[in-house]
Design a protein around this ligand. Structure first.
Ligand code: 3NM
Length: 209
C-alpha cells in the first residue's frame, strides 16, 4: 500500500479508552484521516495486538494505511501496512528484518540532521517534531518552525515529512505558512467534542492548501 494524503491521525490510548478505540477510529476515518496509527504506550503487547486486529479491517475498508507504533513484530503478525519507530528503536534494517521488504516504515526525527539521516537510511516517511511542546509527548522541547523549509526541501521532496507536535486547528495557518504539507495531529482531534467533524475540518483545510 502506498502512502498518500496529508492528515496522519493517531489512535492514542493516552486519550482514548481501549473500549472506545473502534468508534473513535471510525470517526477519524469518516472525517478524512489519510493514515492511521495505533499508539499504545505502556500497554501490554497482547492487548495492542488484539486492538490492532480490530482496527486493521476498519482502515482497509476506508482504504487508509494502518500503521503500528513501536512493535514491528505486532505489525508483522497482524499484517499491518506499516510500522513507526522512534530514534531509540533500532535501525531500518532491524525493522525490515521483522516486517519484510514491503511494509511502510516510518521514523520519528527531532532535528534536521536526524531527518536527513532517516532519508539516507531509506525510511518511507518521517515525523518531524515536536514543533511545539505537547502533553502528548512530555519532556521534549518544541523545535519550532524555522527548520521546516529546509527539511521540506532536503527531505520532503523525496519522502513525506509529517510535521508533528502541538499542532492544532488554531495554529494550523502558521504551520502551513511555515511550509508544512503533511501533518500528524493527535490531541486536537481526540479531545474534540466531535472527532469526525474536527477531522473533517482539518482534512478540508489541508486538501485546499
Ligand atoms: N511524536 P499532539 S510529538 C507522538 O516529535 C508524538 O516525534 C512526536 O501529539 C515527535 O498532536 C508527538 O497531541 C505528539 O501534540 C503529537
Amino acid at each position: 500500500m502506498t502512502l498518500h494524503g496529508q492528515l496522519y491521525a493517531i489512535l492514542d490510548l493516552g486519550y482514548v479508552r481501549a473500549e472506545d478505540a473502534v468508534p473513535v477510529t471510525r470517526s477519524l476515518l469518516a472525517g478524512g484521516a489519510s493514515l492511521l496509527q495505533l499508539r499504545a504506550k505502556g500497554h501490554a503487547e497482547p492487548e495492542i495486538e488484539a486492538l490492532a486486529r480490530q482496527l486493521l479491517p476498519l482502515c482497509r475498508e476506508a482504504g487508509v494505511p494502518f500503521i503500528v507504533n513501536d512493535f514491528p513484530a505486532i505489525a508483522a503478525s497482524v499484517g499491518a501496512d506499516g510500522i513507526h519507530i522512534g530514534q531509540d528503536d533500532g535501525s531500518l534494517a532491524d525493522a525490515r528484518a521483522i516486517v519484510g521488504p514491503d511494509m511502510i516504515v516510518g521514523r520519528s526525527t527531532h532535528s534536521p540532521e536526524q531527518a536527513r539521516a532517516a532519508l539516507e537510511e531509506g525510511f518511507d516517511y518521517i515525523g518531524f517534531g515536536p514543533l511545539f511542546p505537547t502533553p502528548t509527548k512530555l519532556g521534549r522541547p518544541g523545535i519550532g518552525m524555522e527548520n521546516i523549509p529546509g527539511v521540506m526541501e532536503a527531505v520532503g521532496s523525496r519522502i513525506p515529512v509529517f510535521c508533528i507536535g502541538g499542532i492544532k486547528r488554531s495554529n494550523l495557518p502558521e504551520v502551513l505558512a511555515a511550509g508544512a504539507r503533511n501533518l500528524v495531529i493527535v490531541s486536537d482531534l481526540l479531545q474534540a467534542p466531535d472527532v469526525e467533524a474536527a477531522t473533517r475540518e482539518l482534512a478540508t483545510v489541508l486538501a485546499a492548501h
